[in-house]
Design a protein around this ligand. Structure first.
Ligand SMILES: [Zn+2]
Ligand SMILES: [Zn+2]
Length: 387
């Protein structure tokens, strides 16, 4: 029995919630109306406990099973949208100028709300399900804010699972892998401090542009010569700013970019090499360089046993051939990684079909995925908690 009948029935209603949320996008922690909508729905389903304001604007709903005490499983959705002008032309397009649900967090909420409604009706498990709705996934570390607000201890969460839609993966398919599935997305900046002067007298200057250019070239060595070719690292320089005129050598040049890694040791090495290269090359040329490396969220690392559970449940929902158990990781970041550092769990991709890509103004969540997502959540909760 693949998709749950009740999940298929709920798809139409959940699509309406999804479209309402899509029309009313909010950013980062400023998800007050979204959180209120989620809390109101949870209340209407008869969810036992509803806590708002955790991790600033996060919401947690708890459903107790009807088979007595037991463990608690956490199921997580994100809630925030992006600062993008929507170009889908859909009937339910954003009503808020410059804001858009372009990462499908509207769909994630609809799927988790659908599962909440189903689980609150049936309660066919022991222990409890904690439905986690987090703010600020898009660069605001909302998952960390909830963890720091005591999410795991307060709700006694034993295991935690996340799900993200993925354009390019067929509708009705899932994909996952053990170990690193999403990268640690870090950023760096290097300020090269030279000595400016007349462009016709370069020997009287310390040219931060030619020194900066050497640094940019050398940074390519991190991927090509400093990292085991079997491991992944991305070093992208995305800004190089200096100068104001054709006849002036400036005092300073600014270089900035991003580093993506799937392994903490590669991450540590990349950070160290960037500093060494920047400072060493600057010094060799009589300049100084200030390198700043800022770590954002960690690698999203799927735990082995919990990934096996997720694969089994996904196969139960969509059949063996529609589950890729060893998908290539994404070099994008995901702050669910903070929750996976606290508790064992797994993060899975659900197919969004042949849609525009995430963060694209033409992207839209595929409502036909809802029944698959709801079925996955419900079966995962029931099977991990047992009757
Ligand atoms: Zn996103
Ligand atoms: Zn997202």
């Amino acid at each position: 029995m693949p998709i749950l009948n009740r999940a298929a029935e709920l798809q139409a209603e959940a699509s309406e919630w999804r479209r309402h949320l899509h029309e009313n996008p909010e950013l980062l922690y400023d998800v007050h109306d979204t959180a209120a909508f989620v809390a109101e729905k949870l209340k209407s389903f008869g969810v036992d406990e509803i806590v708002t304001g955790i991790g600033r604007t996060g919401v947690v709903g708890v459903i107790h099973g009807r088979h007595g005490q037991g463990r608690t499983i956490g199921l997580r959705s994100d809630m925030d949208a992006l600062p993008i002008v929507e170009e889908t032309g859909r009937e339910w397009a954003s009503k808020v100028d410059g804001k858009m649900h372009a990462c499908g967090h509207d769909g994630h909420m609809a799927m988790l709300l659908g599962a909440a409604k189903h689980l609150a009706e049936t309660r066919n498990f022991s222990g409890s399900v904690a439905l986690i709705f987090q703010p600020a996934e898009e660069g605001g570390a909302g998952a960390l804010a909830m963890v720091e607000d005591g999410l795991m201890e307060r709700f006694k969460i034993d295991e935690v699972y996340g799900m993200h839609n993925m354009p390019g993966i067929p509708l009705g398919a899932f994909a996952i892998r053990k170990g690193g599935i999403m990268a640690a997305p870090d950023k760096f900046s290097i300020l090269v401090k030279g000595r400016g002067g007349h462009a016709a007298q370069p020997h009287r200057t310390i040219d931060p542009i030619s020194i900066g250019a050497q640094i940019v070239t050398n940074l390519q060595m991190i991927a090509s010569r400093n990292t085991d070719p079997i491991r992944s690292v991305v070093v992208s320089v995305t800004r190089f700013q200096a100068g104001s005129s054709h006849n002036i050598i400036p005092n300073e040049a600014l270089i900035a970019g991003t580093v993506r890694t799937l392994d903490e040791s590669v991450r540590d090495a990349a950070e160290a090499r960037i500093k060494q290269m920047a400072e060493g090359i600057a010094q060799a040329n009589g300049a100084e360089a200030e390198a700043v490396y800022e770590r954002y969220c960690p690698v999203t690392v799927n735990h082995a046993d919990e990934t096996d559970h997720a694969i089994r449940i996904a196969r139960d929902v969509v059949g063996d051939k529609n589950v890729d158990p060893d998908v290539d990781p994404s070099m994008a970041g995901e702050d669910f990684s903070y929750m996976l550092k606290e508790r064992p769990g797994a993060f899975i991709f659900i197919g969004n079909g042949d849609s525009a890509g995430l963060h694209n103004p033409s992207y839209d969540f595929n409502d036909d995925a809802i029944a698959y997502g709801v079925s996955y959540w419900v079966k995962l909760a029931e099977q991990r908690l047992g009757g």
